[in-house]
Design a protein around this ligand. Sequence first.
Ligand code: KG4
Ligand code: ZN
Length: 368
Amino acid sequence: MALILGIESSCDETAASVVRDGREVLSNTVASQIAKHSPYGGVIPELAAREHLTAIETVVDTALRDAGVQVKDLDAVGVTHAPGLVPALLIGIHFAKGLTEANHLPLIGINHFLAHIYGSFVDSSEYRFDDPSLYPMMALVVSGGHTCIVIITLDGKAHLAGTTLDDAAGEAFDKAAKMLNLGYPGGPVIERLAKQGDPKRFHFPRSLTGTAGKAVAPENRFNFSFSGLKTALLYHTAKLAGSGELSGQDLYDTLASYQEAIVDVLCTKAFDAAKFYGVKSCVVCGGVACNGALRARFEQTAPRNVIAFMAPKKYCTDNAAMVGGLTYHYFKKGFRSPLNLDAKARLPLNTELPFDFSALQSGCRVDL
Ligand code: KG4
Ligand code: ZN
């Protein structure tokens, strides 16, 4: 049995969680900075760092208290160290270093992408992260900072099969909301208003899918691009509302059609990759995976021969339960981070997960 404290500070949420044995979430504390960043329509890194600095001690104390445990009961501390906003990451990392050094606890640095993927397993009574029958796996990681297709092979390696060439899917929601004066973050408000709209009324472009009559370069088959969609929204708004603002049914139909374009591209590409790599399971995770239209499409269009499941909504947006849960598996394998653990804005995604089932037959069609 192992009790792990997870700490997350990669973006605008200061979070801490105590997780037992990688699955049982004893506490899940999240302090959101949304109100602070809202006037800017996006996250300001230095502001985020200052907010983490003032919040982190209380957040960790709350997580320990909610779980009914003390620092002396912990077996290890896991902290997000990449990728993310470096000034923000540094706060969580420094706090974790101080805590582990003072209490002679192991420190384990965690990849934020992989933690998001683990969000599909933490708390799940059905699926186990270390179940070899789920691999190779395709994970669609969609958040405010990232949009990527990750293939995890039986040997425990995570490979980046595709990523966005410009904006992330969450940014496409956030920037659209900013453009239409709907507030920040854009995803939840767009989803709410889009429910009253017709997703088929307007057609927005589906970049890098070949639907515009232009062949997609092979290297971009699993890549995404959302900046053209944002420009299309700008022209669409000017055409429909002139110098005024979109409102009423025009606004709802616009948002529903815009959301539809994002969901369509995400699912089409993710499942194309799933088929191409011959995976056994598919997951979707990250903040955008809270979106009901995406969740419905993911379920409806997943290939019949794969196991498709998604992170529960509360573990989609940034949280530390996914960090604490994943840390347990590294801890169990004896993995420890050095005290000079660094923060990194980006991480080449060829990352090791704490399992290796390579002795089993690989179902992956392609050597990644
Ligand atoms: O995973 P996350 O909390 O932070 C990052 O790691 O970026 O994701 C935040 C992103 C924001 O862009 C937000 O607009 C988007 O997730 N988001 C949504 C929804 N809820 C949050 N996007 C679409 N629909 C939602 N319901
Ligand atoms: Zn995230």
